[in-house]
Ligand binder design. Structure first.
Ligand code: ADP
Ligand code: MG
Length: 599
């Protein structure tokens, strides 16, 4: 367990980078502050000694004022140094957390885009951001407290034996008992219980979040909290674990711990009674009384030091789980980037015996698929849902990398290209194109940050967005998702198309959305498609077969296999899957028209 803690810490300090030194400086200052904080107790000892020496002629104790001021100065210095220590550790902690966030985001930038399909971006952000903040407490407070407490403990042991080792030992005995009590609470089989308790707490808070998310459903269906079985069970489990932990594990040790730390001087009384007669006999009674006064006061700080170590230990545990979550992000697979990038020769696309299996899937989503798209050609991928069309298209911009075979752009395997060169060549519009919560202008310009307002406006016009702009309060500068400005699915698709048009890349990969509710949008989107694909090499996934009739080539994907390939005319004549799909499609269209007329 110790081993693991150490490696956690070195992982964390690894993220600190150049701020490691600042952390160490902060820790050193914290140790100094703790020692400074102990010095006033020595002043008290000196005051007591002088007073007892001159008793009852108090006026002769001229130095005690000096000691008083000295005690004050040490306390003040202790506070100032501790403050400086916390400044250092906080600065280092915030920088380290920001390093973690930066490195995490940089790492995510190198992961294949497809990774974000299976890992919701909100969850990733939460994991990274939340975990980074959780490490802050450890670096900013807990470590300084651990080092400070350790320094204090050493100082304590030294002081205990400087004045009177017997009373010192009594004091230390109290400390040992309380440490032993703490270890019974946290160590051995109780560690497991404590972990279970923490897991239950964590689970309850997650279930609580789920419940809050589900409130609309609860309201709509007139349910109560009891209908959220998971939440209710989590609460019950937590209360059971909390009771168990409090009653079985903590009750006795915590009572012993508190008694020993808060009442340390109780151990000193018998020892003092035992020493007193001999001190009286040897004439050193004054020193004896002084020492007793010192240890009685001093034992009070023992509890402070120990309580700090307790808190620090739980901080360690928190940081450890946080680091685990950070590691999950940092361990996400990254795209391999070639050292020797090759330039594509033209704008052709070729699939050579390509297979791809999703992580954890048993069967390939794409199975030995081969086809070629000449520069300037339009090729359509069609087929039943789940056939592998989206997957095939995602392999071109390297959302995923083929498991087998190769995807070539301009005669070069996409993995042998500089990713920037590849991305510059391809504009893609996928079904789930997300728009940022930014102005429409910013959303479109993201495709080409150098574009002027005029160019963005032209792209929006070409994508048939004029009607959208006209109805928005600030036109192109309206922020999507604010002030009740929400775009319908079809409208979002058109803005996404404007983005792709602005990019003006020679290769276009289009995954047509399955359903736009209103036919009006459909007509506009078809026009926008036309503007986007003119003169380009196009791979389009079409759900309405009317859009693929004019394609140079149609590839039918079924269950990951390319089962048919040819022009619309050739495939229709073949009497295979395509011709059946075509018949069905026409029936559907006729049905729509006839019901439309009936209305
Ligand atoms: P299409 O676009 O032709 O409807 P897809 O390419 O989306 O088909 O899906 C092909 C197969 O891969 C399906 O069986 C689907 O369930 C699976 N699949 C798609 N996306 C993922 C994913 N992110 N993770 C795992 N399996 C996936
Ligand atoms: Mg699809």
């Amino acid at each position: 367990m110790k081993e693991k803690k150490k490696s956690d810490l070195s992982v964390l300090l690894g993220y600190a980078g150049s701020y490691k030194k600042l952390t160490f400086l902060g820790l050193t200052l914290s140790a100094i502050a703790m020692i400074l904080g102990m010095l006033p107790y020595i002043c008290i000892w000196l005051v007591a000694r002088d007073l007892i020496a001159v008793a009852p002629d108090w006026t002769r104790a001229a130095d005690i004022g000096k000691y008083g001021w000295l005690a004050f100065a040490f306390s003040l210095a202790g506070i100032v140094v501790y403050f400086a220590a916390l400044m250092c550790t906080h600065l280092a902690a915030f920088r380290t957390a920001s390093n973690i966030r930066k490195q995490g985001v940089e790492h995510l930038m190198k992961t294949p885009l497809g990774f974000f399909d299976s890992n919701a971006s909100g969850l990733l952000r939460n994991r990274l951001d939340g975990a980074a903040s959780e490490t802050e407490t450890l670096l900013a407070h807990n470590l300084a407290d651990i080092v400070g407490s350790a320094a204090m403990f050493i100082g304590m042991v030294v002081l205990m034996f400087v004045f009177d080792w017997r009373m010192g030992a009594a004091c230390l005995f109290a400390a040992v008992i309380s440490v032993a009590a703490m270890f019974t609470m946290m160590g051995g089989k109780n560690a497991k219980l404590m972990q279970e308790y923490q897991v239950a707490q964590d689970y309850m808070s997650k279930a609580g979040t789920e419940y809050v998310r589900g409130i609309p459903v609860v309201k709509v269906f007139q349910q109560t909290v009891y209908s959220f079985k998971a939440f209710k069970e989590a609460i019950e489990d937590y209360s059971k674990k909390a009771e168990l932990y409090a009653a079985d594990v903590c009750q006795l040790p915590q009572a012993v711990n508190l008694t020993a730390t808060e009442g340390a001087f109780i151990f000193m009384v018998p020892v003092a009674l035992f020493i007193a007669p001999s001190a009286l006999a040897s004439g050193s009674f004054a020193t004896f009384v002084t020492n007793f006064a010192f240890y009685a006061v001093f034992s009070a700080i023992v509890s402070t030091a120990l309580a700090r170590i307790m808190f620090a230990a739980s901080g360690m545990m928190l940081a450890s789980t946080a680091l685990g979550r950070i590691a999950q992000v940092m361990d996400a697979p990254t795209l391999e980037i070639t050292d020797d990038p090759k330039e594509p020769k033209d704008n052709s696309i070729e699939f050579k015996n390509v297979s791809f299996t999703y992580d954890g899937a048993d069967v390939p989503a794409i199975d030995h698929v081969s086809f070629r798209v000449e520069p300037g050609q339009t090729v359509a991928l069609v087929g039943p849902s789940g056939g592998g069309k989206t997957t095939a298209a995602s392999l071109i911009p390297r959302f995923w990398d083929a498991t087998d075979g190769s995807v070539l752009v301009g005669g070069v395997d996409v993995r042998d290209m500089d990713p920037h060169v590849l991305m510059d060549r391809i504009a893609f519009v996928f079904q789930n194109n997300r728009l940022f919560k930014a102005s429409i202008f910013e959303n479109v310009r993201a495709a080409r940050p150098g574009a002027t307002r005029e160019e963005v406006k032209k792209a929006l016009s070409a994508a048939q967005c004029d009607d959208i702009l006209a109805k928005l309060p600030n036109g192109m500068d309206t922020i999507i998702g604010s002030e009740g400005t929400y775009l319908s699915g079809g409208e979002q698709q058109r803005v996404a198309l404007a983005r792709a048009i602005l990019k003006d890349a020679p290769i276009v990969v289009l995954d047509e959305a399955t359903a736009f509710a209103d036919p009006e949008n459909e007509v506009l989107i078809q026009k926008a498609f036309g503007a986007l694909t003119k003169g380009k090499t196009v791979i389009m996934i079409a759900h309405r077969l009317s859009t693929v009739v004019g394609a140079d080539k149609i590839i039918v994907l079924d269950n990951g296999h390319a089962i048919e390939e040819g022009t619309h005319k050739a495939l229709k004549a073949q009497n295979g899957l395509y011709s059946r799909m075509w018949t069905d499609y026409n029936k559907a269209v006729k049905w729509r028209i006839s019901t439309g007329e009936a209305m």
